[in-house]
Design a binder for this molecule. Sequence first.
Ligand code: UTP
Length: 305
Amino acid sequence: MPVRRPFHITKAVVPAAGLGTRFLPATKATPKEMLPVVDKPAIQYVVEEAVAAGLSDVLMVTGRNKRPLEDHFDRAYELEHALAAKGDLDRLKLVRESSALADIHYVRQGDPRGLGHAVSCARPHVGDEPFAVLLGDDLIDPRDQLLETMLRVRRERGGSVVALIEVEPAQIHQYGCAAVEPVGDEPGVVRVTDLVEKPERSNAPSNYAVIGRYVLDPAVFEVLAHTPPGRGDEIQLTDALRVLADVPEAEGGAVHGVLFNGRRYDTGDRAEYLRTIVKLACERDDLGPEFRAWLKSYVNEEMQA
Ligand code: UTP
């Protein structure tokens, strides 16, 4: 089989079909990826990141609450008309921006049977090309360019690429965990030799946790088709990557890891969601100065209480 390196990657898959149980009842009728982070839904940051990395074909894997997602990335004629009539051109621009961002497609994941299953729903759209996966509730600061680095690593080394962060040993049970070895010629890039989904601290092969960015070889689809439900009775992408880590590169295998120590915001977790909003609001030119002043006095009051 030929090595699959030459492909120019243009497609991004954004799974957004999970149940979002940690955010109930807010996510009863709305996907958690639509929750606002300051004044934009989390998933818009993710689509903007894909587009900034050159991936303008975006496939969203949606679940039972797909309407708000589709509406957000579609034109909103009545709203646009009302804003235009009021002469509110700034807001009109904001409303139009999300519908002109990318070429967005949708596929339905009938049953939320896990992230691996969500990715396999993308097969008819993606075909035999490498592609990126961006989790819709995991935000990477645009200043940190993680996806660009991962796409370069795929171009140079083939196979699939995961993003890894180092976590405290006590936290590793919340993540997929990778056993790694150095590749020698590039600091910050490692070869992944094994993967395990949400291990107990005592069984974890390392402190390297997989976060929500992947560049995948299309060979993953065939592996997913034969991956039985794993942890939590879900089809785990981690389990498929574990198989690919042992397959020769010429057959679409090999998994590399890009070590990331930039800014990441996991908006699927309530406490982290709150911290994200506070941090991003503080940095905003329009909201930041007033919000920071309020926050400072609030924290001072709390310290004295
Ligand atoms: P999570 O495990 O964080 O999502 O999946 P969840 O299951 O919705 O969250 P909780 O734990 O119940 O609160 C990571 C990503 O994979 C998507 C989710 O939407 C999220 O973006 N996902 C997960 C799917 O698209 N389908 C699935 O079957 C599972």
